[in-house]
Design a protein around this ligand. Structure first.
Ligand code: WTA
Length: 664
């Protein structure tokens, strides 16, 4: 099945009968006012959340691009998610319905329902343990390498309660990736589990951590949560079993939430960039929580009667913002699922919707494409009509995937959007806004910048691009939720995001704004690829390849894939004395998987004798990519490189003939 990636900028669907139907003109007017006075606008939103101390200044912009939102204000993210609710009738409302992956007799074997009071108690107990056993305090960094079990949000909230910073590493990353991140973040302690269930298999997380710690200097202790009950090696004096640590800590123990400064770091989350190692994005408390509060309302229209399900993994930013802090701050009831949404059968996700009556659903194009492939009979087995609103995230949604879910779950009538944002932005930036107003939907669009966000599509000189012309996506104003910096690397922060267009945030995406003003994000303009929605830097994969002694040089590019959106393909020059072979190909694939993690599976390795380079010795990635796809690179040189049209053509012809593509 070939995915239809062609985009129609005009096709509008479901224009009538949507909640708060608004005209684009009315929204544009409102939006314009919000960005003209964005400080006041965001101050109004921030005043809707609870502060221990109000801010002195809405925005401290004395040292751009390092902005401090709500400077001088004090609050606590764990207080906002828990204490506030347990003082109200939400106390015994279910906060998290957790479903583990394993099934027994056709039913999920492990289900836990935690009320706000349960969660409050657990977070207090864990905070107490971290404080008393490990002396964790404000300023410390806690590493977390946990699967999708309730202890993951519990540890994040406990760290936040103490004013400590946490750093979650996605449980699909390898030992090398963990040690790289833990070393950079200078984490003192790491929280992990004996294992994780995924796709019917058990992944031995603890032994991955053991390997990582051989190369991690800063970690003094490891806490091991029991999940799979496989046997693990415990290092005396270093490792502790979580259940043992918690024994004897009373259910009603209380740890005062630290009064945290608005601009202090809540977490560091590593994400891939164009060059170099993954960068630790540091997010604040006050601005971040303000953005989440706004977007939970505008984008998800969250209400007390809703059952909300975001299918992401908490190891990525989507889970941080829209499984942990956003929905819990709003007092929502949410579903949290442990494993593969198509295990043991294709209908698992639809059965979850039916079982818990999910009403607000947040998913991804990769997931939808998998369901299309599996066949619509699986979704038809279940009543999914409780869903009243949906969004997708992570990569551009192809119109075919949009239409399929819109038909099979959306009954061709409910709001369904594709929310654009990134780890750096902290929360959703461009979206449909069913909680605020609804304009006609179009299959594949991202909608409009949310209120207070001055997003634009610009040309090479930073001028607004004409309608329907491709350009770079930028955000012109500072916004609450933006990163404080890249951890320990402020120069890089300024350079990566604020130097291409001075004073303007450069997202690294190509986008188009159509003649109605809708934004369409087309994909990355740099060397970042999205594999099944996971963000990977081709540089990291190239560095991994270099670890193999047979590799002299390599270039990794992303090529379109029906299921995963994009997959990496490597072009490799071998060192002298090595011979290309199928066995070596597999070895190289394995090297990358081991170094980065199972999400980094090379689709193919192509051996070449030369890579096309520009005069300044940069690899012509556009050419390599064109060869990988088997299509000439075209003759636009404007947006990309320093090579002339002829040079690009020649390089393409040369590399094509070497790999056996018919050059054109
Ligand atoms: C891409 C994920 C098109 C984009 C929240 C961005 C999208 C990168 C969309 C960030 C969308 C995310 N439509 N593209 N709805 N959502 N992207 O940091 O290329 O993992 O720059 O954050 O994903 O990925 P990240």
């Amino acid at each position: 099945m070939a995915v239809d990636w062609s985009i129609s900028f005009d096709e509008k669907i479901a224009p009538e009968g949507l909640p708060n139907a608004a005209t684009i003109e009315a929204y544009s007017k409102f939006h314009k006012a919000s960005i003209q006075n964005y400080r006041e606008f965001w101050a109004g939103i921030a005043s809707e959340i609870d502060w221990f101390r109000k801010w002195d200044k809405v925005l401290d912009d004395s040292n751009p691009p390092f902005y401090k939102w709500f400077a001088g204000g004090e609050l606590n993210a764990s207080y906002l998610c828990l204490d506030r609710h347990v003082k109200t009738s939400r106390k015994n409302k279910v906060a998290i319905i957790w479903e583990g992956e394993p099934m027994e007799d056709g039913k999920p074997k492990d289900v836990r329902k935690l009320t706000y009071n349960d969660l409050y108690r657990e977070v207090n107990r864990v905070a107490y343990m971290l404080k008393n056993k490990y002396q964790i305090k404000s300023g410390d960094v806690i590493g977390i390498y946990l699967p999708m079990i309730p202890e993951l949000p519990i540890f994040m909230l406990a760290a936040a309660r103490l004013g400590a910073t946490f750093c979650v590493v996605f449980s699909g990353f390898s030992a090398d990736a963990i040690s790289e991140r833990m070393n950079d973040a200078e984490a003192k302690i790491v929280i992990t589990a004996d294992g994780a269930f995924r796709g019917g298999k058990t992944i031995d997380l603890k032994s991955i951590v053991d390997q990582a710690l051989e190369k991690t200097k800063t970690i003094r202790n490891v806490v091991v949560v029991s999940r799979t009950h496989n046997s693990v090696k415990m290092v005396k004096g270093r490792d502790d079993n979580f259940e043992d640590l918690m024994k004897g800590i009373p259910a009603n123990v209380q740890v005062e939430p630290e009064r945290v400064k608005s601009e202090s770091p809540l977490y560091v989350l590593y994400t891939s960039g164009t060059t170099g190692k993954p960068k630790g994005q540091v997010h604040d408390v006050g601005g971040y929580m303000t953005l989440l509060h706004a977007t939970m309302k505008w984008v998800f229209d969250i209400h007390d009667h809703d059952v909300y399900w975001c299918m992401a993994d908490i190891g990525w930013v989507t889970g941080h913002s829209y499984i942990v802090f956003g929905p819990l701050m709003e007092g929502a009831t949410e579903v949290m699922y442990e494993g593969l949404p198509v295990f043991p059968e294709q209908n698992r996700w639809a059965s979850i919707i039916e079982r818990y009556g999910v009403s607000v659903f947040y998913t991804s194009p990769t997931a939808i494409r998998g369901w299309i492939k599996g066949g619509e009979q699986w979704v038809k087995m279940h009543d999914t009509t409780t869903v009243r609103l949906m969004h997708s995230v992570g990569e551009p949604i192809n119109p075919e995937a949009f239409r399929w879910l819109f038909r099979h779950v959306g009954r061709e009538m409910i709001p369904f959007g594709s929310t654009w944002w990134m780890t750096e932005t902290g929360g959703i930036m461009i979206s449909h806004l069913p909680g605020l107003m609804m304009v006609p939907m179009k299959a594949g669009t991202n909608g409009f910048p949310i209120p207070g966000i001055d997003a634009d599509v610009v040309d090479d000189s930073g001028n607004s691009q004409k309608a329907n012309e491709r350009g770079y996506l930028v955000i012109r104003n500072p916004w609450p939720g933006m990163p404080l910096t890249i951890f320990k690397d402020p120069n890089r922060f300024a350079e990566v995001y604020f130097s291409k267009f001075p004073k303007i945030f450069y997202a690294g995406d190509y986008a188009v704004r159509d003649s109605d003003g809708y934004f369409w994000v087309l994909g990355r303009a740099d060397e970042v690829i999205k594999v099944a929605g996971h963000r990977l830097g081709t540089y990291e994969l190239e560095s991994a390849l270099m670890q193999h002694k047979a590799v002299a040089e390599s270039a990794v590019v992303g090529v379109p894939d029906d299921l995963k959106g994009e997959v990496p393909v490597a072009f490799v020059i071998l060192r002298q004395g090595n011979v290309a072979s199928e066995a070596l190909k597999n070895e190289l694939k394995e090297t990358v998987r081991k170094s980065v993690g199972p999400i980094a599976s090379l689709k193919d390795v192509i051996f070449v004798s030369k890579l096309p380079k520009t005069r300044s010795a940069k690899i012509m990635r556009r050419v390599v990519k064109a060869v990988a796809i088997g299509k000439p690179p075209g003759d636009t040189t404007t947006l990309d490189d320093e090579a002339s049209v002829d040079e690009v053509k020649n390089a393409y012809a040369q590399l094509s003939s070497e790999v056996g593509n018919p050059a054109q």
